[in-house]
Design a protein around this ligand. Structure first.
Ligand SMILES: Cc1cc2nc3c(=O)[nH]c(=O)nc-3n(C[C@H](O)[C@H](O)[C@H](O)COP(=O)(O)OP(=O)(O)OC[C@H]3O[C@@H](n4cnc5c(N)ncnc54)[C@H](O)[C@@H]3O)c2cc1C
Length: 492
């Protein structure tokens, strides 16, 4: 296979390594033969992540970014040695979990060394008394959950990508699982962690419930997307496996009614583990077999935990739904959700029909949630070539929501499909900012949102860049992400 036969998407600013053979031999000395590769097939495999437009590129004979080497370290000492070499030679390093990120976070846009963390996959200990589990950061999400379930626990963190994402990726990308309304997002679940900094120092944040010890440095590494350090270990909260589970669904006449019903349930300090509001178009797509939901907005709920509390939660959930004229659709829609919740067939089959598709999730307060929904819908639907634009709301707080848009379309004007893709992203993000929302809820920044970081953070962004310079003076850690703009748009 000749990688030169492929068109490279992100080729600008690719770092030139002076003596590739010398670096290769040093990496092999550090890692041994089997934990190193520069074979074309491995470089190709690590040229992309789960970013959906990457599937279109594969069919078009294009590759996103090309690494120079791939390594699978087994010890922290090896990682430190790799970082020493990378700093000396000014070679980018890209921490890599399972490559399921969908905003290009793990794409090696400047080339360099992919540090795949899969061999950091040990479960180190469980404390039943503290209800914690300590794992190495390369641990696969579903393996962790299965292990915990077998011992009578759950992590409460079950993203749709559980089968193909890692604990380190969750932390680095600030993930949110499907049961997040009860159990919290990764920042609520993580108690402690170990991080290797770009210059090779190892820092350990104690696994502690809370502390008042000055500015919370650990927070800097939540959502760092591999630009400030490599997470090697984490202590997470766990929970006894729920005793009872109740499945509820209601269909509403309007999106606003469904939002209000859910807002009032949370206001009662009740947190159904799963709540999902599907707008009318998504309801039609996912629940065509539910007659009561015809032309309506479907909401599914999963209440779980202590039997008596579940009953109470169910009663109040039903009461609020009825108050907003919700129509009871029984447990079938929730069972259907359970059966299909890890399916990605629509996503993986669309590129062969030359459709460009993706999802964009954002955060909103209750005050502006409906407004953001309508504003984004109006602006994106006006783009020529859009054939589908729908939304669901799947993460809830007493003070707001995480909203998730899906689009499909084709370029109808002069540009390429990739230009169309960027146009949709930039239009949606601008509409969110104009209506007072935040540009990302749980997929992170990566490449796709990096051009909007200055607008999102304002005067905070130069400060973040200064922190990056202090921690990573040679800018070797996942360059081209978060701190650098990869696309046009935003205030650039
Ligand atoms: C079908 C599908 C469904 C998804 N569902 C969800 C969902 O429900 N909730 C959700 O939050 N996300 C979801 N995602 C997005 C993605 O799965 C998450 O962002 C996940 O947390 C990424 O984990 P990963 O191990 O695959 O990381 P990768 O994609 O390998 O890496 C992601 C980023 O983290 C960095 N990184 C990885 N490991 C480390 C480490 N140990 N230390 C430092 N940096 C590191 C990488 O450099 C990169 O910037 C979904 C994606 C897909 C494709």
């Amino acid at each position: 296979m000749d990688l030169n036969d492929f068109e490279l998407i992100y080729k600008e600013n690719k770092v030139k390594i002076k003596d590739k053979d010398k670096v290769k031999s040093k990496l092999r000395n550090i890692l041994g033969e089997t934990n190193f590769s520069d074979s074309p097939i491995d470089l190709l495999a690590y040229s992309k992540d789960g970013t959906i437009v990457g599937h279109n590129w594969t069919l078009e004979g294009k590759i996103a970014g090309l690494p120079d080497y791939v390594v699978w370290p087994e010890t922290k000492e090896q990682i430190c040695e790799i970082l020493k070499l990378a700093n000396l030679e000014k070679i980018p390093v890209i921490p890599y979990g399972e490559g399921s990120g969908v905003v290009g976070g793990a794409i090696p846009v400047r080339g360099g060394i992919i540090i795949d963390m899969k061999k950091f996959n040990k479960l180190l200990c469980i404390s039943d008394k503290d209800l914690t589990v300590t794992v190495e950061a390369g641990m696969n999400g579903m393996n962790l959950e299965r292990f915990l379930n077998a011992k009578g626990y759950t992590s409460g963190h079950i993203p749709q990508s559980s089968y193909f994402s890692s604990v380190g990726g969750w932390i680095a990308h600030k993930a949110a699982g499907q049961f997040s309304t009860k159990y919290g997002k990764i920042e609520d679940i993580i108690l402690g962690m170990e991080v290797i900094l770009p210059k090779g120092e190892i820092i350990k944040f104690k696994p502690i419930v809370r502390n008042a010890t000055g500015p919370q440095l650990n927070k800097l590494f939540l959502g760092n997307e591999g630009t400030l350090g490599i997470v090697t270990e984490a202590t997470l909260r766990i929970w006894p496996y729920p005793e009872e589970r109740s499945l509820i669904s209601y269909a509403f006449s309007t999106f606003e009614d469904s939002l209000e019903a859910v807002r009032l349930i949370l206001r009662e300090q009740l947190y159904p583990a799963v709540i999902r509001i599907y707008d009318k178009d998504e309801t039609r797509r996912h629940f065509p077999h539910i007659g009561n939901a015809n032309g309506k907005v479907m909401v599914v709920f999963v209440c779980e935990g202590n039997k008596k509390l579940v009953q109470l939660e169910e009663d109040i959930t039903r009461r609020e739904c009825v108050k907003f004229r919700g129509v009871d659709c029984g447990d079938e829609p929730v069972k259907h959700w359970f059966e299909t919740r890890f399916n990605v067939t629509e996503t993986s089959s669309s590129p062969q029909y030359h459709l460009t598709i993706d999802t964009i999730e954002i955060a909103a307060s209750w005050e502006n949630a409906a407004n953001i929904y309508h504003n984004v819908l109006e602006k994106v639907k006006a783009i020529k070539g859009i054939v589908l634009f729908t939304a669901h709301v799947s993460h809830f707080y007493p003070n707001g929501v995480g909203m998730y848009f899906s689009f499909a379309g084709v370029e109808m004007e002069e540009g390429s499909n990739f230009e169309f893709y960027q146009k949709v992203w930039n239009t949606a993000i601008k509409a969110v900012l104009d209506a007072g929302g935040s540009i990302a809820h749980h997929h992170g920044i990566g490449i796709n949102r990096s051009n909007w970081m200055d607008e999102e953070w304002g005067k905070g962004m130069p400060l973040l860049r200064d922190i990056k310079k202090i921690l990573d003076p040679n800018n070797i850690f996942n360059p081209g992400k978060i701190f650098d703009r990869c696309w046009k748009g935003g205030d650039s």
